[in-house]
Design a protein around this ligand. Structure first.
Ligand SMILES: Cc1ncc(COP(=O)(O)O)c(C=O)c1O
Length: 423
């Protein structure tokens, strides 16, 4: 499609957008009486208006029923998480029994490591990407140390080639083959938080299995953003947070996928009473007998006040379906890319998009390296109602989230950016 850098053209795209009305379902911070241009849905999604009712319902049930709410609330609290199985499984391409919601992301990664990282004297290495999200790096290091091993002997980082911004699939596959029999686990972020690069989850998972390793994914930047087929791709496990593309609120609960092939395999796990056989849970028996399925990894009784916004979001995603979201995502991301190129011509090319150009290797994020521009440009954008984030040394990330960003936002942003660079 050929784009134009004009307000009229952007408005035309908005008028053709079948998801356009969802923008009205979100609360935007205001700048000079107008909605901000919000590019940080890859960090914290906006609040859907419908969410408040889900939280209020729980507050009201708590007020009116107190402890009885566990069983007699309209959505009883004791099995509240089961409401996620159907809609969430569709978002990540799983069977309902393969997904659960619990804890927070890094905590769930630790729990999955307990089950899926079982080093032996000969098979103990972990492959991850260079510059993985810091929490993942600390998680790897502390897990390895807890097994009495040294991170430098165990962790193999796949590097970017000199002068390149993204990691090549061929380098990941070659490293998996090279580590071979020593490889215990591959665990990579499905979408890189810094560059927005989307990894080929299916191919990498297959390659890890070929050498006898487990393969898990941190899907923080992937859930609700890219097409996932976790069951069919034979992924062993995956975890994601819900506060980015899934709009469930700051620091909120995590989702977790465990492939059905592991449900009866007696993997070691850290257990708690909410993972215990549902019918027998309140018999208070001393021996743990897990629920069969991802729910068997639950530990504590549910923080329903934090699950409520997540349920609101998951139901919204179920209503829309991933396919239309992905179609708009690709169109609006391409339009943003076009706008950036147009502005770059007008201001003598001071910036470079470091996210892959190939639409199959990117999703709802463009990371831009600003040569010769520094933090003042970022500050200028923020002061002018463009909410983005800054990553050292000189990168600004833009996520034109399809649920609530408009094409006109992209046009408007281009004009503000131009002024910021010229100023
Ligand atoms: C890729 C990735 N992994 C892990 C985390 C840590 O998430 P949490 O603080 O919910 O554990 C984040 C947070 O932004 C992230 O982006």
């Amino acid at each position: 499609m050929s784009f134009q850098n004009t307000r009229e053209f952007a408005r035309r795209l908005d008028s053709e957008d079948t998801l356009g009305h969802y923008r009205e379902e979100f609360l935007f911070p205001q700048h000079n009486g107008k909605n901000v241009i919000y590019f940080t849905g890859n960090s914290l999604g906006l609040q859907p208006k419908r969410t408040k009712k889900y939280v209020d319902d729980i507050m009201n049930d708590w007020a009116n029923l107190a402890v009885e709410g566990h069983f007699y609330a309209e959505k009883p609290w004791w099995d509240y998480h089961e409401r996620f199985a159907e809609p969430l499984s569709k978002i990540v391409g799983a069977k309902p029994s393969e997904v659960t919601v619990m804890n927070t992301l890094t905590v769930n990664l630790h729990l999955m490591m307990v089950s899926f990282y079982r080093p032996t004297p000969t098979r103990y290495k972990i492959i991850c990407e260079e510059k993985a999200f810091p929490s993942d790096q600390y998680m790897f290091q502390s897990q390895v140390i807890s097994h009495g091993l040294k991170p430098e002997d165990v962790i193999v980082e796949i590097k970017r080639r000199e002068g390149e911004h993204n990691i090549r699939l061929e380098d990941i596959l070659a490293t998996i083959e090279e580590v071979g029999d020593q490889l215990a686990l591959v665990l990579i972020g499905g979408v890189n938080y810094y560059t927005g690069q989307v990894f080929d989850i299916k191919t990498i998972t297959g390659a890890g299995h070929t050498v006898g390793a487990c393969v898990g994914w941190d899907l923080a930047h992937a859930a609700g953003n890219i097409k996932l087929e976790l069951h069919d791709w034979n992924v062993d496990f995956a975890c994601w947070c819900s506060y980015k593309y899934m709009n469930s609120g700051p620091g909120n609960a995590s989702g977790c996928f465990i492939h059905e092939k592991h449900h009866n395999s007696n993997l070691p796990r850290f257990a708690g009473w909410w993972g215990h056989n549902k019918e027998r849970r309140f018999k208070m028996e001393p021996e743990f007998s897990p629920v069969v399925g991802a729910d068997g990894w639950q530990i504590s009784n549910l923080p329903v006040l934090s699950l409520a916004p997540y349920l609101a979001s998951v139901e919204m995603f179920a209503e829309i379906g991933m396919e239309p979201l992905i179609q708009k995502r690709d169109k609006i991301t391409s339009y943003l890319e076009f706008i950036l190129h147009e502005i770059s011509k007008e201001v003598a090319g001071t910036f470079e998009i470091i996210t892959p150009q190939n639409p199959s290797e990117r999703a709802s994020q463009l990371s831009v390296f600003f040569h010769g521009e520094g933090r003042p440009l970022f500050d200028y954008l923020m002061k002018n109602g463009v909410v983005t984030d800054w990553r050292e040394p000189n990168v600004i990330r833009f996520a034109p989230v399809p649920l609530y960003c408009s094409f006109e936002d992209m046009y408007e942003f281009g004009q503000i950016l131009k002024q910021g660079i010229i100023a």
